[in-house]
Design a protein around this ligand. Sequence first.
Ligand code: PEP
Ligand code: MG
Length: 878
Amino acid sequence: TKPVYAFEEADSKKRMLLGGKGAGLSEMTRLKLPVPPGFTITTEVCNKYYDNNRKLPKDVMPAVMKNIAKMEKKTGKKWNSTKNPLLVSVRSGAAISMPGMMDTILNLGLNEKTVEGFAEQTKNPRFSWDSYRRFIQLFGKVVFGVNDEKFDHVLNSAKTKQGVTDDSKLNVESLKNIVSEYKKICEAHTKRKFPDTPNEQLVLSIEAVFKSWMGERAIVYREKNNITKDIANGTAVNVVAMVFGNMGDDSATGVVFTRNGNNGKKELEGEYLINAQGEDVVAGVRTGKNIEFLKKDMPKSHKELSNACAKLEKHFREPQDIEFTIEQGKFYLLQTRTAKMSASALVKTSVDMVKERLIDKNNALARIPAQQLEALLHRTIDESKIKNHKQLAKGIAASPGAASGIVVFDVKKAIELGDAGNKVILVRKETKPEDVPAFFSSEGILTSLGGKSSHAAIVSRGMGKPCIVGCSELKISYENNTCTANGITIKEKDTITIDGSAGTVFIGEVPTVEPQMTKDFEQILDWAQKTKTLGIRANADTPEGAKLARKFGGQGIGLCRTERMFNGSDRINLFVEMIMAENIEERSKILTKLGQLQKSDFIEILQAMEGYEVTIRLLDPPLHEFLPNPEELVERIQKLKASGDTDGVNKTEIILKRARELAEVNPMMGHRGVRVGITYPEIYEMQIRAVFDALVELTKKKVKAHPQIMIPQISSIAELNHIKKIYDSIKKEMEAKHKMKLKINFGTMIEVVRAALTANELANTAEFFSFGTNDLTQGTFSFSREDVEGKFLPEYMEKELLERNPFQSIDVNGVGSLIKIGISGGRGVRPNMEIGICGEHGGDPSSIKFCHGAGLSYVSASPHRIPIAIVAAAQAVI
Ligand code: PEP
Ligand code: MG
């Protein structure tokens, strides 16, 4: 491959090589759309630059200059000309778009001499000198790392000196002074003369864009968005002939989506600014005009824009996100890329485009990032409760969903408070790429400036976080840590609620409601259900959870954690009493009561899942988890002593003694799961009996219940057979007593490494397997599942020792191999054995893809993730 391709000669299918922007520009050039001439320096050059100790390979600049010469021909302008200079922009563009994460330089080619030529060319000295000062500012910031504030300071003093408040009122004299001051700032910073030749400027700018690929902002963004080297490796650099949206009132610049990015409606959505440069719209510094007004302002350009949008959609078969500029009435396209849309917009456009015969059902499913569907399952404001809450302000609805939290204005503080477990709403005038880490720590984002295509809006939408922008009624004071709207002042840490679907901000916490399924979403799920082959079950341990799972399309329960049922306020004390019981008689009495409670729980859950399998797992955690921890008990005793409550002291001391007896150094690998069932068989007997009792009762009522019993933490066939004997004897007793056959499958979790390795033995007794990948991952890595994420795991990811968090996304090489061994062991004995997965990975799209490929029967995920799992399972087939 060559290091540089002109837009008309590049193969636009090579996104990895050209980056998204380069590929889009060359495709548009081929489609004969009005794109300014230019060329792309490939991502391969970026990688060579890094391999080469951050130096450009020798063949790059000669190739660049050849292409500059081509641009001269096409534009009729001349590089470094004092009469009619060619000016260019230098823009980054990786294979995966990373909005605002990397650097751009505009107006390159200007110096003390060419600026005069530019003035002649444009017949506008003021504009030329303003372009020049903008160039130095951007170049100084991007190439030399000069702090923007220094430039702002000069600009502000110049305005004061001339007695104007608006940048656009600065005269040539003032601008010339600013240019000279700006250069002094750069020279003081770099201790060298400001580079004056366009050639020098171009080399430095290309290098700066390559450097920005490894900038902190870009690295964090890639990490958080899982952008790995296989999908984007380095950035390309695009050099494009400048066109100006700020050449007067017949010029404009704007950003449009070919369909509404928030709700998916088939209408142009976006904003433009008359007499402005592109960055002004994207940065959200000025709030743009709604695109529909362009029809009146510039009817010819509006028509050209609409036609281009239609052509591009038809060509790419995806809604596009387009940047355009109108220079003195002439319309140009500067970028096109697949529009980043909210989840509901993705769903609606998928269904619509199938109806329009633009795509087929498989394309419709494949284009929805399953993870993003989570946003559709987000809570929304409870409309019936709104009247009890005072509205603070209204802004632009930028990303759907509702969230409440405490107001935080400072980015660092938002991260601190958010990561400490507080619900934070980040409130800013505007946001910048370097603020993105705070987005991850916040529940929602609210800004007073900016439009729907501003940074805050796009980033939030991608993350599925509620966001309101352009809330201009809100006056934010960073100094006082307050914001004020409609006479009400909100201080830091006051609670507000934002509704990102309507754009409304409320004071206090407004109740929210479960999301409603739209017809379009149902359609997508229906297509996905018909496409997928993998079963989807739920991890649910309450009747509500079971009902929700079923509503979302879950077909059965893959994991009912029975210990969660003991946490109810009506039974936790009973369970503690059971643990405290001094002898088996006493314990059995309490267990009988607990058995009654469990039975009624099972009945409700089985009923909610009628017709589907419900896998009930017997008690798993160590018993001491149900007791307060010893330190807390010691404190409690001291307090009781101080208050003279001797009775209380005695009782608590007994609990303390028991808690200390049960305490373990390493409880996760301690007395838990089947090990508890073996040492306290009466507990498992009670649970097994409760399942049989529930089945008997439901069978009598003609409810089709399919409970299965599953044993946790099994490591050997001996353990499993030990419990099977108890199960067999209860089954026999129950069948005799009720004179009916009672079918309850008996199976095991595979969550201990040894279980996976000896699955062929376990399958002789187990009728089904379910992989507990949380514990299996813990055991395979010897990483404590409770601790690592807050300790060394982030550093592991940073240092690229791990590509993904293995507790989130299955470790295919390690844990995946164990799963494969387990499956072949099990199916070697029972060819059609039902084998599923019930760890957290069951709701993770990339893990689901693996599960599908490995031949699992089903995945089990938490109810809210079921739609995601259904779509991911369908995508695994496509
Ligand atoms: C597992 O270990 O993956 C599992 C599902 O069990 P738990 O998370 O309850 O330990
Ligand atoms: Mg487990």
